[in-house]
Write a protein that binds this ligand. Structure first.
Ligand code: PFF
Length: 446
């Protein structure tokens, strides 16, 4: 397959596709609710440190592994370390792809449904918490939107329309950012917004626990699409003419900026409008409609916003499914359309319990969590950090830090990966992830 593998066509193709993968529900929905349930600003500080010390180095590592091997995650480890069990790390990534997309598609379905709620109108004075709970506790309606979203995802993957996505993302992402900024202005000028800004910006470190660190590390992996081989897969389509350090910097920078801006649209509104920042997964679906209801032409803005959020989710979902499909196509010889449709349906089914967990299975708790929260915890706080730490050990000690440094700096770009990279990838990242993980588990079960 070497030499023949399809490559991103335009110079910015990789950055757009990778940023499309990174920027999604994780930046707006997950970032805000995890920040809200982990105490606010102290979490944000730890998250930013995790992005710099773990996220960026892992980003360039995964892209380098992908570009060098030109394979899906399982094949990549096989190619770089033949006849070793390292490919199991790639397999863990494929597993994460299943679990994440299963619940991701359900939440994306909420976003699609909210497009229609916006068309119907967001009226001032509505209790949007009630509206949200009413929506997710239903049976058929959320399942239908989950199905619609999965069909869109597998249809695009089946067609292999990377170029279509590239083109869309380039136009739509800037629109999303502009719209978020408009909403920031509305949110921070609401009476009583100051308390929300303080919650978001004034850290209370006394509330930090091991769990806060794990949540921050998990969010860093999730939001950057790391730890499960999505960036290995996208890196495998990157040409040798591109510099990895710079491209990775763009992806990490864009993703982080969008999450931080989203926080300014959400937390001031939460406090100004009297909602609970620790409300959990419903946070953006409750507060943002409330902000729209307070804006002139709010329903129109709301409509545009949920269209964009759904598209951002779609470009991420595509990368999740692409990992699973690339594995079946490369390793098992499946035809792309067959792999896309079969896995799309399987993931739809695996996702059903997460939506039923808000309705007819509302009493079910797994280690104290609702089903969707459990899927998210399993993937984002266990599988992604563990997969990421193992990938770091592999890159630093097996494939060798020096090899990664050379690969990421070739051809030279504006950012130069130096020897500091070796310290982070060999020691800091694996040790930090495992220490935090073990400390959290002891806290949790101890
Ligand atoms: N990064 C995506 C988001 O923030 O919404 C979610 C995601 C996509 C996670 C792809 C992992 C992945 F491989």
């Amino acid at each position: 397959m070497n030499g023949a593998r399809e490559k991103w066509t335009s110079k910015v193709g990789f950055v757009l596709a990778a940023a499309g993968s990174a920027v999604g529900l994780g930046n707006i929905w997950r970032f805000s609710y995890v920040t809200g349930t982990n105490g606010g600003a102290a979490f944000v500080v730890i998250y930013l440190i995790a992005i710099i010390l773990i996220g960026y180095p892992m980003m360039v590592t995964e892209v380098a592994i992908g570009r060098k091997s030109e394979r899906n995650p399982v094949g990549a480890f096989k190619a770089l370390a033949p006849n070793t069990p390292w490919y199991i790390v790639g397999g863990l990534g494929v597993f994460s792809g299943f679990v994440i997309l299963a619940f991701y598609s359900v939440v994306a379905g909420w976003s699609v449904a909210y497009i229609f709620k916006a068309i119907a109108g967001f009226a001032p004075g509505t209790d949007f918490a009630d509206v949200f709970v009413g929506h997710i506790t239903g049976t058929a309606v959320p399942i239908i939107w989950h199905a619609v979203f999965m069909v869109l995802t597998f249809a695009i993957i089946a067609a292999g329309v990377v170029k279509g996505i590239q083109r869309w993302v380039k136009i739509l992402m800037p629109v999303l950012v502009v719209l978020l900024i408009v909403m920031v202005f509305r949110a921070i000028t609401l009476p009583g917004a100051g308390e929300g800004v303080a919650f978001y910006l004034a850290p209370r470190f006394e509330e930090v626990t091991a769990g806060t660190f794990l949540a921050a590390i998990g969010q860093a992996f999730f939001t950057l699409s790391l730890g499960m081989g999505a960036m290995i897969t996208y890196g495998s389509y990157l040409s040798n003419k591109e510099n990895i350090a710079d491209n990775g910097g763009w992806v990490v920078g864009l993703d982080t900026a969008i999450a931080l801006i989203a926080g300014f649209a959400i937390f001031p509104a939460v406090f100004a409008l009297g909602y609970d920042p620790a409300a959990g997964p419903g946070l953006v679906f409750i507060t943002l409609p409330a902000v729209f209801a307070e804006m002139p032409a709010g329903s129109l803005f709301g409509f545009i916003f949920f269209v964009l959020l759904s598209i951002a989710a779609l470009t991420s979902a595509i990368s999740l499914l692409e990992v699973v499909v690339a594995w079946l196509v490369d390793e098992k010889g499946w035809a792309r359309p067959k792999a896309a449709v079969a896995m799309g349906i399987a993931i739809f089914v695996i996702g059903l319990p997460t939506t039923l967990g808000f309705g007819v299975w509302g009493d079910v708790r797994i280690i104290g969590m609702e089903i969707l929260d459990f899927y998210d915890f399993l993937a984002s706080e266990l599988a992604l950090p563990i997969g990421g730490a193992l990938t770091a050990i592999f890159a630093g000690h097996v494939w060798k830090a020096r090899t990664v440094i050379d690969e990421t700096n070739n051809p030279p770009g504006a950012i130069k990966i130096g020897n500091w990279y070796g310290v982070l990838i060999k020691y800091l990242i694996p040790i930090a992830v495992f220490v935090v993980l073990i400390a959290t588990l002891i806290d949790f079960f101890g």
